[in-house]
Design a binder for this molecule. Structure first.
Ligand SMILES: [Zn+2]
Length: 67
């Protein structure tokens, strides 16, 4: 079982690399911090403004998508 399910079929609109990091918002749990440290997810911070990106490209760092 994987705790975080990164979408392998989503491509970065900037460089077309697939399998972006899922960006998670809110106060990070220990599991979330561990996942970020191993490059499994990205942490987006504790506040959500309504126009926050859902994914971060592993390759170019571009953030895109909607929550
Ligand atoms: Zn990219």
């Amino acid at each position: 079982m994987t705790l975080f399910d990164n979408p392998e079929d989503i491509a970065c609109p900037s460089c077309t690399t697939t399998n972006p990091l899922e960006i998670l918002y809110g106060s990070p749990s220990n599991e979330m911090q561990l996942a970020e440290s191993t490059g499994t997810i990205a942490l987006g911070g504790t506040t959500v403004n309504g126009d926050d990106p859902a994914y971060r490209c592993r390759d170019c760092g571009h953030e895109f998508g909607e929550l």
